[in-house]
Ligand binder design. Structure first.
Ligand SMILES: [Zn+2]
Length: 603
């Protein structure tokens, strides 16, 4: 497949070291903010120091988090007061969210957050931090957060973190040079978006079978001492490109922004850790083209199932600590004593489901609608296995509704196991299968068949969402349209009902939340996440039932009377955290089914 766009960019650190002004700044203090990781920033600092320039190199991305990670011994500190900026061009909570997850990291201190309103004209923003030790001594720290207002792909203005160079005279303290600049990673984002904005796409969806955006760039991946991801610029670039490109095509197609029925084709950012320079390549696979895996480099072969777990039997699922291979799901589905229904996805993968008849009120159970939410796939299989053990249970099971997305998720996982990989969320057509508007139905057929043949009035749809912070630093930082979803808030339930089912849905939600709260470990898990959420999001704007955040809403266009969407923060957790996630999903299926049957028996 020919490359439509191929560009190499110089690293910000390389450009700075080649700056002809450097010689004039010998003896000065130079401060620079870039998106690089700590070793790269230390290397740049050392290179500048060796030229007689006293330098400090800071992270432009999440500067407050990096201040606490890199500078501070907090052993004797008992109280931390943080003044965060509130800028008229950004969400009021933007800089509070950007401080995530300090409320968790500093939970043994008294932590106080104070909003500091700033002028619209002010772009160089700052956090002010007062640290008080156990003897009552206080120190004050100013943490710069350079930001600039950028115009995006539809001329919307957004305040974004950016590069900054500041040179100060060492004796007088005068600032002799101060300039914002676009760092290499910002340039990469804008170069891709400019190419997409200018390309002639035509007016017929899908516009391509796949758009592959391969970027090799030195990223900043930060992990906590337990090896859990804290922040990643590679992931942020994936997320921002994917959602920005979706927004572009929503706009291009004349649809409202956020429209999930849009079928642009499969948008695949493939962001890899590079070195020396930034390389951007965009390939377009025309509609109908066969698609290769992401292992397109001879020198970088990937096993598309690397890291995903096998399972020979249902017993293997109980202790599963990572996502399950699609081939293992198919193998286990073959063990059910039930009718198999098979449809075909956009990319010609089988979508397998089963239906078992019984005399109880029927239930449809699905997982993997959004394919980067893997705990629901294991939960659906285990839940289905339990349903099969209940005499007279009448149910349909579709464990992986979106196999094309799941294949891409497996390939992404081999590259970055802890990233959230939202580009694997939707189907090969680039839409959310639930919102598909017309035939050919492809993968959506499985769900439609399940509801039709069972006549179910309850649909349990198992989902997940990011387990760490989701950001879009190149288009305003907080993900547009998903402002309530950017940081985790525990295991969360969404119930949608047709108007005739309102009373039943409310009674059922009350009954199930009371029991879900008793799942071992869940109450403490939710309480901790909701506490951190409240600190960084300025409150919890959800109904809480028995310690579980819930959204309850009427939807008369859905095919079943009641639908439960479970949301476990599982993108992407591994080990005990994954096992807990899939256990909660499984238990919730059991609780939800039993409560549904009981309510029907007592009606
Ligand atoms: Zn989902």
């Amino acid at each position: 497949m020919p490359v439509q766009f191929d560009k190499t960019l110089e690293l910000s650190s390389t450009s700075l070291l080649a700056d002809p002004n450097l010689a004039a700044w010998t003896g000065c203090k130079l401060e620079v903010w870039i998106f690089d990781d700590l070793p790269s920033r230390q290397a740049l600092k050392a290179a500048l120091n060796s030229r007689g320039i006293k330098a400090e190199v800071y992270s432009a991305y999440k500067p407050l988090l990096h201040f606490f990670l890199e500078n501070q011994s907090l052993q004797d500190i008992v109280r931390i007061e943080i003044h965060y900026p509130v800028h008229p061009a950004a969400d009021r909570k933007r800089f509070l969210l950007e401080a995530y997850p300090l409320a968790r990291m500093l939970r043994d201190k008294e932590l106080v957050w104070i909003a500091n309103e700033v002028q619209a004209s002010q772009e160089h923003l700052q956090y002010l931090v007062n640290l008080t030790d156990r003897l009552g001594h206080s120190t004050r720290h100013v943490i710069d957060a350079p930001n600039q207002i950028f115009s995006d792909h539809f001329d919307q203005k957004s305040l974004c973190p950016t590069g900054l160079l500041r040179v100060t005279h060492r004796e007088t303290g005068d600032v002799i040079h101060r300039a914002f600049f676009q760092t290499d990673i910002q340039q990469a984002y804008h170069q891709v978006m400019q190419w997409i904005t200018a390309h002639p796409w035509g007016h017929t969806e899908p516009y391509f079978e796949r758009m592959l955006i391969r970027i090799d760039i030195p990223g900043a991946e930060r992990f906590d001492p337990e090896g859990t991801i804290l922040s990643s610029t590679l992931e942020a670039l994936h997320e921002d490109l994917y959602f920005s490109i979706l927004e572009f095509f929503q706009h291009h197609s004349g649809r409202p922004s956020g429209d999930r029925g849009l079928q642009p084709g499969q948008i695949v950012p493939d962001i890899r850790m590079g070195s020396e320079r930034v390389r951007i390549q965009i390939r377009l696979y025309p509609v109908g083209d066969a698609l290769p895996g992401l292992n397109i480099d001879q020198d970088n072969e990937l096993n598309p199932e690397a890291g995903f777990a096998c399972a020979e039997d249902f017993a293997d699922l109980q202790t599963m600590t990572r996502p399950i291979r699609a081939t293992a799901v198919e193998h286990l589905l073959g063990k059910f004593d039930a009718k198999v229904f098979e449809s075909t996805s956009r990319q010609a993968r089988p979508v397998k489901s089963i239906v078992r008849a019984g005399s109880r009120p029927a239930i449809v159970l699905t997982g993997g609608q959004h394919a980067n939410e893997p705990s629901g796939v294991v939960g659906a299989l285990r839940g289905g296995h339990w349903l099969a053990s209940v005499p007279d249970a009448h149910f349909a099971l579709v464990p992986i509704e979106n196999p094309d997305g799941y294949q891409l998720y497996q390939e992404y996982f081999a590259l970055h196991a802890q990233h959230m990989h939202h580009a694997a969320r939707y189907t090969g057509l680039g839409d959310d299968l639930e919102y598909r508007e017309h035939a050919p139905w492809y993968e959506r057929s499985a769900r439609m068949h399940a509801v039709d043949v069972t006549g179910a009035q309850l649909h349990l749809s198992l989902h997940g969402y990011p387990a760490h912070e989701w950001t879009r630093p190149f288009s305003g930082y907080v993900p547009r349209g998903f402002e309530l979803w950017s940081i985790p808030k525990g295991f969360f339930l969404i119930v949608r009902y047709q108007s005739a089912f309102k009373k039943l849905a409310c009674a059922w939600l009350e009954k199930i939340t009371a029991q879900i709260a008793l799942i071992p470990g869940l109450s403490a898990f939710n309480a901790e996440q909701l506490k951190v959420y409240a600190a960084h999001a300025g409150g919890v704007p959800f109904e809480i039932h028995h310690g579980i955040a819930c959204l309850l809403m009427q939807n008369d266009s859905q095919p079943t009377g009641v639908k439960l969407v479970t949301e476990f923060p599982d993108e992407s957790v591994l080990g005990d955290a994954f096992q807990f996630a899939q256990q909660v999903q499984t238990e919730t299926v059991r609780i939800a089914c039993e409560a549904w049957w009981q309510l029907h028996e007592s009606a």
